[in-house]
Design a protein around this ligand. Structure first.
Ligand SMILES: CC(=O)SCCNC(=O)CCNC(=O)[C@H](O)C(C)(C)COP(=O)(O)OP(=O)(O)OC[C@H]1O[C@@H](n2cnc3c(N)ncnc32)[C@H](O)[C@@H]1OP(=O)(O)O
Ligand SMILES: CC(=O)C(=O)O
Length: 543
């Protein structure tokens, strides 16, 4: 019987979600959103059903000004602007920064204000009473102008630990001025879950701010931003702020991509996202990383490619009987998928599962399974990591079972590289490859130049193969990665080359090669890629 966690406590409790990817996420080092990025990300958050999308800070920089000027129309999310309380010495009506917030296209405005006495004394250098006026005036002005004002209580937990009465008086000022949400911020990210839970409980029970007016905004400096947010919800907070993939200042913010399924699937909360839309999470998380030009984290909770990848033989054996034996939720619930990994950690169950994925039904008692398992383990010790090269794995298996026709044989190859200055004094780097390939009964000898050795080899191979196998024409290399297997061997180390190929229909597959010679390893991966294309295309070998 399946043992997936059944949501128990808090069933049906409405928790509001507030995304600050476009504001706090934009404060991540190395992240620089364009207006087009912001529009696309806001649309994805709206599609998912996030309650509030904080677009940025109107008046702070040209990108945010341009974005607010052409803000996307959101169907489900409240488009929100961010800013700060009025400056000391100015009235709310005469503060240009508040004016920009009021004039913005946002439907709600969230302002940050000080709640730690130390910051009031040092950063603002004003009397503590005056800070309370800054908060109250600003919230009241925004509420009057926009209808909905939110207050981010900066450094609330640090402030509360040092001076609870003052921190509480700051949030009380915002509450009484009409803030819809008072958001308790762990700005420096140093608070631990038991402290968050206890302080939020005190705010509700001792300081009279109801949970349905309280939000939480956590930073990840102790890797507890998600845990802290869940602790705040347990203590009564009913709004959670966070970002896609945990982007944000320094170590980031609470990661909404892990928070959302934990709230929905484990704590039974209603976060305003339809269960049918929860599978969008994996797509949105990965698309977001692609947009930032960084590889999605394979090990990310819920949505990483490895989040439901089973490698250990004992795990796979049990997963084959019931996936809940080694999975805390069903991968499909969040748009992810199960993966069975082949390696030296595998058992017969891994092989059977992978063969099934390849469309091959085998009798679990088939003796050939042991032979295949020994072969995979032997190759793994030589450096062939098949867990990321599914096409080379399929060829290995099918060759072993005698199913792959003899399309061609690479008899020999030769590459020369040249680095020289031409007559104009320009640096020229060129490669030339010579290949000898047997196809049927005939040997072909081809020569090609390239801008590097792999390009020259690929071109020479295609000159020999494509006239006989036109199906290879639409295939191109889409990624090429090299990894040294034992760094201690320095330049004598064995590299593993992983090649990703793509055909005209957008289908992709990975092949690998391993050798102390990087060119030989590349050639092995290329040859597998050609053979896989022909085999999967059902091409008949040329006589
Ligand atoms: C915790 C957070 O993440 S809050 C969000 C932080 N995000 C950002 O800072 C990114 C966007 N910020 C900016 O583009 C700029 O800082 C601006 C446009 C907002 C302000 O720029 P500047 O006018 O040049 O001021 P600067 O950034 O140097 O300093 C901020 C000023 O605001 C004051 N200030 C800080 N917080 C508050 C507050 N809550 N209420 C009123 N004033 C404040 C500071 O004391 C400082 O005043 P000072 O210049 O008299 O010392
Ligand atoms: C407001 C905010 O981003 C913080 O206090 O961390």
């Amino acid at each position: 019987m399946t043992q997936f966690f059944q949501a128990a406590a808090m069933t049906g409790e409405r928790i509001f979600l507030y995304d600050t990817t476009l504001r706090d996420g934009a404060q991540t080092q190395d992240v620089d959103f364009s207006v087009a990025d912001k529009i696309a990300i806001a649309r994805d958050l709206d599609r998912l059903g996030i309650d509030y999308v904080e677009g940025g800070w109107p008046g702070a920089n040209p990108t945010d000004d341009a974005f607010f000027a052409q803000a996307p129309e959101l169907k489900r999310s409240t488009f929100t602007a961010f800013g700060m309380t009025r400056r000391p010495g100015r009235s709310a009506a005469n503060d240009p920064q508040l004016a920009a917030l009021i004039q913005s296209t946002a439907r709600a405005v969230c302002i940050v204000g000080k709640t730690w006495d130390f910051h009031v004394d040092v950063a603002l250098a004003i009397p503590r009473e005056e800070n309370l006026e800054l908060i109250a005036d600003s919230v009241a002005a925004l509420k009057a102008a926009k209808g909905e004002a939110l207050f981010d209580a900066e450094h609330f937990f640090d402030g509360y630990k040092r001076n609870p009465a003052y921190a509480a008086s700051c949030i009380r000022a915002a509450f009484e001025a009409g803030a819809r949400w008072i958001v308790l911020c762990d700005t420096n990210g140093g608070t631990l879950p038991h402290e968050v839970e206890s302080i939020v409980r005190q705010v509700v029970e001792e300081h009279g701010i109801p949970g349905d007016r309280l939000g939480i905004h956590c930073h990840n400096d102790t890797e507890n931003a998600v845990a802290n947010s869940l602790a705040a919800v347990r203590a009564g907070a009913r709004m959670v702020q966070g970002t896609i993939n945990g982007l944000g200042e320094r170590c980031g913010n609470a990661n909404l991509v892990s928070l959302i399924p934990s709230l929905m699937l484990k704590m039974g909360c209603d976060v305003g996202i339809r269960p049918d839309d929860l599978p969008l999470l994996t797509e949105i998380s990965r698309k977001f990383d692609e947009r930032l030009n960084r590889a999605p984290n394979r090990h990310a909770a819920y949505v990483g490619a490895s989040a439901f990848a089973h490698k250990g033989g004992l795990h796979v054996s049990a997963v084959e009987k019931d996936p809940s034996s080694y999975e805390h939720v069903a991968p499909e619930a969040v748009g992810n998928r199960r993966q069975i990994v082949m390696s030296d950690q595998a058992g017969r169950s891994n092989v059977i599962a992978r063969l099934r994925e390849m469309g091959m039904a085998v009798d679990p008692k088939d003796e050939r399974l042991n032979r295949l398992l020994d072969l995979v383990k032997q190759r793994d010790t030589e450096g062939y990591a098949y867990d990321t090269a599914e096409a080379s794995f399929e060829l290995l298996v099918r060759r072993e079972l005698g199913e792959v026709p003899d399309y061609f044989t690479l008899k020999r190859f030769h590459v020369t590289d040249e680095r020289r200055y031409n007559a104009k004094g320009e640096l020229v780097v060129e490669s030339e490859a010579v290949v000898r390939v047997r196809i049927g009964g005939t040997e072909y000898h081809e020569v090609a130049a390239g801008n590097g050795p792999v390009n020259a080899l690929d071109t020479a191979m295609r000159k020999a193969l494509e006239p006989r196998y036109p199906a290879l024409g639409g295939v191109k290399l889409s990624d090429y990665r090299v990894r040294i297997l034992a760094a201690k061997d320095g330049t004598g180390a064995k590299p593993r080359v992983l090649i990703r190929s793509q055909n005209g229909d957008g289908a992709e597959w990975s092949t690998l090669g391993v050798s102390t010679n990087i060119i030989e390893a590349s050639m092995e991966a290329l040859v597998d890629s050609y053979a896989f294309t022909l085999f999967k295309g059902g091409v008949q070998p040329r006589g």
